[in-house]
Design a protein around this ligand. Structure first.
Ligand SMILES: [Mg+2]
Length: 197
């Protein structure tokens, strides 16, 4: 099973930056969606510090303004706001549902540079144990499907890597980016399928 997952953050440092949004879509081993994708804006213990962090970096500020995330954090009545523990519980519940009783199937994180997302989540007390221990009953598999790495491989063969056909209308929102990476993974899988075994 794959968990195509993306997080939006205030920056690159898991020790000092904040996770703003988490989105995912779960697929089987053949990249078929098992459940509708989901995303939540992270409820923060103290919002002013988070806004200050965003506004302290012009690049980050521009990115989250352009995507609408900055505005949605402040004003949205549509988005779901959950804290990191609640989001992790929802993620685990989705995995349980998607497994449909098949326990023990490995769950691989997938996405663009998804090691970054994993590193960030691992640093939090709410998500960390899911990657490091079996404290919650099961543990994420250590192997990632990093689409950015595969895109680099396309470069080594001077081949254009696939770009998302469907979902990139609003980049830098967590669920859109997760769906975008799934779209690209499917195209790559189709291309590989043409290579004689
Ligand atoms: Mg993103």
């Amino acid at each position: 099973m794959f968990a195509f997952l993306d997080i939006e953050t205030t920056g690159l440092d898991p020790k000092t930056d904040f996770i703003l949004e988490i989105g995912w879509v779960l697929t089987d081993g053949y990249l078929n969606e098992l459940l509708p994708g989901k995303s939540s804006i992270v409820e923060q213990p103290y919002w002013p510090v988070v806004y200050d962090k965003i506004d302290s970096n012009a690049f980050v500020q521009q990115m989250h303004n352009a995507s609408g995330l900055r505005q949605d954090m402040q004003f949205s009545t549509q988005d779901r706001f959950l804290d990191l523990r609640e989001i992790r519980e929802e993620f685990m519940a989705d995995v349980m549902l998607a497994r449909r009783g098949v326990t023990g199937e490995p769950v691989h994180l997938a996405g663009y540079s998804v090691g970054f997302d994993r590193g960030f989540l691992e640093e939090t007390p709410e998500w960390g144990p899911l990657f490091k221990t079996k404290e919650f009953g099961w543990q994420m598999h250590h192997r990632l499907l990093d689409l950015s790495s595969v895109i680099m491989l396309y470069g080594t063969a001077d081949r254009p890597a696939p770009v998302a056909e469907v979902y990139n209308t609003n980049p830098h929102r967590a669920l859109n980016d997760a769906l975008d990476s799934l779209d690209v993974a499917r195209q790559m899988s189709r291309e590989i399928s043409w290579i004689p075994a």
